[in-house]
Ligand binder design. Structure first.
Ligand code: 8DG
Ligand code: MG
Length: 491
């Protein structure tokens, strides 16, 4: 048990009733109890009686089910057992002492003559085995039980098993807010949450208390307080408030349609549209939005790396048929090692002597075979680079339409381009900011040095720094090289 924790629950045998909590909150509460010296009731074979049963708020709506469950098997409780809401745990943790339960108690009206049994599922099976006494804890309350070795080992094992779950829970809650703010057009706040998430991902250790995050980069006091609230309550009240708001939900749904931004989504909401069917039947849609709606479910669905590879193989074959000297590679989340990918991002690198309209020839080829089914952006020119965005489908009855992006770049821009299209977006943003601080500028085209800025305006473009490889980009920036799989968060 980590020594810096207060032993708030040292005399408590606590059963956390899992109904309504969700796996992550359950695990969070159980870990907090263990960390603070409490013992979890878990399948005891003897006579342990729970001092406290912690329940979710929602349980109070179905007390009969709670009573029925408590009447089951294993762990025992009696008239002295307190059934308390999760807020009691939070209060104890906040005040760093065992708080009064009266404010948080849930009345079960026990029959004093009956000892109820609780059906417990997991955690610390050996509390009972290791305590020399087979009597009820409440009956042996004043006997100091020194923590047996096996119990300690079990605690360590439990903590290991839950490692990462707190961070996932925190990231999940913050992500909900980031998504809600982004779809409402509040990019600035969304970005604040993105940065906090990124800092947590980069932290690499389990977060269990306020102090763990208070000094992390990009996490201010207010963000740290939110994280503390998640650690204590297992969720953020603000998430409920914002995400359950009808407008937020509807706008979020509409912005998931390809080609729909926050302003359009909001104007549709104000026009009274609430469902995708409303959009289909009543809204004034662009060509892209119509495609986005038609394939809404398929586009939302992410795909396995194997499927990405199969799609890539078709694109590569077509491209090499058109021009054998092309270099073709997978970028985006696939290159960053993600197990599931939202789309297929293909980078094609051409020598200077190959015509730029080579991409049009490749797309034509892929359409002739029926592989590309719809265009979203049929061709966009960006300096010496070109970009195609569309939908494709592998042959076969069960194959879904998938988003396919193809980027054509000249060999001279290869390294900045592959870095940009590998992403992730947050990593790109942070490395660009880093470059700017060093009077450089990084884009998908080049790394520039000697850049002169006045506020946000560039008043001298500077000069191109030769960067033949990704490694050389990092090196010029004075950064240690980061392989693609380490680019899923900001610098
Ligand atoms: P996903 O498809 O699995 O969802 O993730 P992804 O591969 O990382 O994202 P993507 O939308 O396919 O974009 C490919 C790369 O483009 C991305 O990894 C980084 C780069 N990129 C930025 N900024 C942005 C941006 O604002 N939007 C998009 N779509 N891509 C961006 O650097
Ligand atoms: Mg992608």
């Amino acid at each position: 048990m980590p020594s810096e924790y207060e032993l708030i629950f040292s005399d408590c045998y606590i059963y956390v009733y899992p109904v309504g909590l969700g796996k992550k909150r359950l695990s969070l509460f159980e870990t907090q109890i263990i960390n603070h010296g409490g013992k979890l009731i878990n399948e005891p074979k003897g006579n342990l009686v729970a001092t406290h049963i912690v329940v979710d708020d929602s349980v109070t709506q179905n007390i009969e089910k709670l009573k029925a469950d408590l009447n089951n098997e294993n762990c025992k409780c009696n008239e002295r057992t307190k059934v308390v809401r999760t807020q009691w745990l939070s209060k104890c943790l906040k005040e760093k002492k065992l708080a009064e339960t009266c404010e948080y108690e849930v009345s079960l009206s026990y029959d004093k003559n009956i000892i109820h049994h609780v059906n417990t599922k997991n955690f610390l099976t050996s509390i009972q085995e290791n305590s020399s006494s087979s009597e009820s804890v409440q009956e042996t309350n004043d006997t100091q039980l020194s923590p047996p070795k096996k119990l300690k080992a079990d605690i360590a094992q439990t903590l290991r098993a839950t490692m990462g779950q707190h961070n996932q829970l925190i990231i999940g809650e913050l992500q909900k807010l980031a998504d809600a703010f982004r779809s409402s057009g509040d990019q600035w706040r969304a970005h604040g949450y993105d940065k906090a998430i990124s800092a947590i991902k980069a932290y690499g250790k389990e977060i269990t208390k306020f102090e763990d995050v208070a000094s992390l980069p990009n996490i201010g006091q207010r963000m740290a307080a939110k994280i503390q609230e998640i650690l204590e309550f297992g969720k953020l009240r603000k998430v409920d408030e914002i995400c359950n708001d009808e407008k937020v939900k509807v706008v979020e749904l509409f912005t998931k349609v390809w080609g729909v931004g926050p302003a359009t989504a909001e104007s549709w909401y104000l026009q009274g549209y609430r469902t995708l069917n409303d959009l289909l039947t009543k809204a004034n849609l662009t060509k892209q939005q119509k495609i986005g709606l038609k394939y809404f479910d398929e586009i939302q669905d992410s795909m396995s790396r194997e499927e990405v590879e199969s799609i890539f193989a078709v694109v590569r074959e077509a491209a090499l048929m058109v021009e054998p000297s092309l270099k073709i590679m997978l970028v985006g989340s696939y290159r960053r090692g993600k197990e599931m990918c939202g789309d297929v991002d293909v980078l094609i690198v051409k020598e200077d002597n190959v015509a730029k309209d080579i991409l049009t020839c490749i797309i034509t080829q892929l359409k002739e075979t029926g592989f590309i089914t719809d265009d979203l952006v049929s061709m966009e020119t960006n300096g010496n680079q070109k970009k195609y965005l569309g939908l494709c489908r592998l042959p076969g009855e069960n194959c879904k339409h998938r988003r396919l992006d193809i980027f054509l770049v000249p060999q001279s821009e290869f390294a900045p381009a592959i870095m940009h299209y590998t992403g992730g977006a947050l990593f790109n943003r942070s490395i660009r900011i880093f470059a700017a601080k060093k009077d450089m500028s990084l884009s998908e085209h080049s790394l520039m040095g000697g850049v002169v800025r006045e506020g946000k305006n560039i008043i001298n473009q500077g000069y191109v720094i030769p960067t033949p490889t990704e490694e050389s980009v990092f090196e010029h920036l004075g950064l240690q090289y980061r392989p693609p799989e380490d680019r899923n968060h900001s610098l």
